[in-house]
Design a protein around this ligand. Structure first.
Ligand SMILES: [Zn+2]
Length: 280
């Protein structure tokens, strides 16, 4: 089956974004009777075979290599330049004031600050939230301005995202520290890193770093129970995600909230989010 990616890749140019076809043969069970669905998304193709005996599903990125014509465009949208900033040497331990601020504002514990490697940038005077892999490797940073902590004049950009160590296989989301991302089939999706740390006390969680699902993250989420937790402003968008990707999840629900999990106390997180997660 090694060649199924090449076999499907022509659909990148044939399908419109968001369009689904059921006309192609399943490269796994070789049936061609409408049971195999392929949908084009931002960076590739999602596929699923509805034959129970086959049940293949997955994602084929569009930038696979020479057969992909987009690769020859001078400015590929899927390639982002590595930012040079922040320089590691400016990233230092949090001081007592910053620790107290984060504990008071977001109900974070000392261990959560430590295990999630939250730090301070002395040059930009911002809190540095590392973007972490499942294993706790730093893939990038979100630097966040708080007027209470900085003497600098606010430059109009509250948070900036820097990727320092992202490879093609990375999911492009941030994993809050968990002792073990085990066999749990459920993922809660939230927008920001601090919210993901708060929810991770009770459920497996990832931070999308935006209000949509990065296409790379679909590789992680295919076949899982997915609960999308987004605030009311982003609900229309969340429903769109649900409609577009539902086929590929084991189950998918949208949990609307009126404030970010990071601004909820523990009772509110449990009552408004955790209690509403439906496990299939
Ligand atoms: Zn099949």
């Amino acid at each position: 089956m090694a060649n199924y990616k090449a076999q499907l890749s022509h659909l990148n140019s044939e399908l419109e974004l968001g369009e689904t076809t059921r006309d192609v043969q399943c490269p796994f069970c070789l049936k061609q009777n409408g049971d195999f669905a392929v949908t084009r998304v931002d960076d590739g193709l999602l596929y699923k075979c509805f034959r129970v005996a086959c049940d293949s599903r997955g994602f084929v990125p569009s930038n696979l290599g020479e057969w992909n014509s987009r690769e020859f465009l001078p400015f590929s949208s899927s390639v982002r330049k590595t930012e040079e900033y922040p320089y590691e040497s400016h990233i230092i331990k949090l001081n007592e004031k910053q620790i107290k601020f984060l504990k008071d504002k977001f109900y974070l514990t000392h261990e959560e600050l430590l295990f999630n490697k939250i730090k301070w940038c002395s040059k930009t005077e911002r809190i540095i939230y590392p973007i972490l892999s499942k294993n706790g490797n730093t893939k990038g940073y979100v630097s966040r301005y708080y007027k209470e902590l900085s003497n600098k004049i606010y430059d109009g950009v509250k948070s900036r995202t820097y990727w320092i160590n992202r490879d093609n296989n990375y999911y492009n989301v941030s994993f809050p520290y968990l002792e073990d991302y085990g066999a749990d089939e459920t993922f809660v999706l939230v927008e920001d890193i601090v919210s993901s740390i708060r929810v991770a006390r009770y459920a497996q969680c990832i931070a999308l770093l935006s209000n949509s699902i990065p296409t790379n993250a679909m590789k992680l989420l295919v076949g899982k129970n997915v609960s999308i937790v987004l605030d009311n402003d982003a609900i229309a968008h969340a429903l769109k995600i649900k409609k577009r990707y539902s086929l590929f999840f084991k189950s998918c629900q949208v949990i609307p909230i009126d404030k970010d999990p990071k601004n909820m106390n523990d009772d509110e997180v449990r009552k408004n989010i955790i209690a509403n997660i439906k496990i299939i």
